[in-house]
Design a protein. Structure first.
Length: 206
């Protein structure tokens, strides 16, 4: 049986596009996890945690939650090219993974939206190791666990499902886990590849 995932196409006009992915072997009910779209106002909304400087400056938000909502402070949101880079938790720095320049990391910058609170307890190098695992998971076989460890922190990223959107984009769902100091937290996200090779995160959750 196949299940739909709803994706966000534009900020000005919200249109629905389905991504058909094979059902997982476990018993999770994906109908319960229907993704909700958000169209943000032109000003910062503390409840939604998003800011746009003016009405004409319309951008696409990668944050569509299927779990607890979190507030993103304005200083944790920036832009590179046409990508909205959101770091809800953890250290703030340029690039992603082992790519230290935004221009080199642009294909994966949107993955910063898939986040868990435990990132606040990681240093930059630990965060980058986690991100490097996320990059590898975009190319790894479905179900393969990409593990990482740096100091007292460890974790993994796994691509759990894949499919094609109604607009023809290739999409993957990811699960990641971070462990530090005996604490463990998991996060989930779905991303679709854009024509330029970059990824757009269309859903996140915990």
């Amino acid at each position: 049986m196949q299940k739909p995932i709803i994706s966000l196409l534009t900020a000005g006009v919200i249109a629905m596009s389905t991504v058909t992915l094979p059902a997982q072997a476990d018993s999770r009910d994906y109908r319960r996890d229907q993704y909700r779209d958000y169209q943000h106002d032109s000003r910062y909304d503390k409840r939604r945690g998003y800011e746009k400087s003016k009405k004409s400056d319309r951008v696409r938000s990668p944050i569509i939650h299927r779990g607890d909502r979190y507030v993103v402070e304005p200083h944790r949101i920036r832009r590179h090219r046409d990508i909205v880079v959101v770091r809800p938790y953890g250290r703030l720095y340029g690039g992603y993974g082992h790519y230290y320049r935004d221009d080199d990391a642009y294909k994966w910058l949107a993955f910063t939206a898939i986040a868990v609170k435990l990132l606040d307890n990681l240093n930059e190098q630990q965060e980058r190791e986690h991100e490097a695992a996320q990059i590898r998971a975009t190319m790894a076989p479905i179900g393969e666990t990409i593990a990482w460890r740096e100091g007292n922190a460890s974790g993994y990223v796994t691509a759990t499902r894949e499919g094609t959107s109604s607009s023809g984009r290739y999409c993957r769902e990811f699960q990641h886990e971070i462990t530090i100091g005996g604490k463990r937290e998991q996060g989930y996200g779905t991303a679709c590849r854009q024509p330029d090779g970059s990824w757009e995160v269309i859903s996140t959750g915990r």
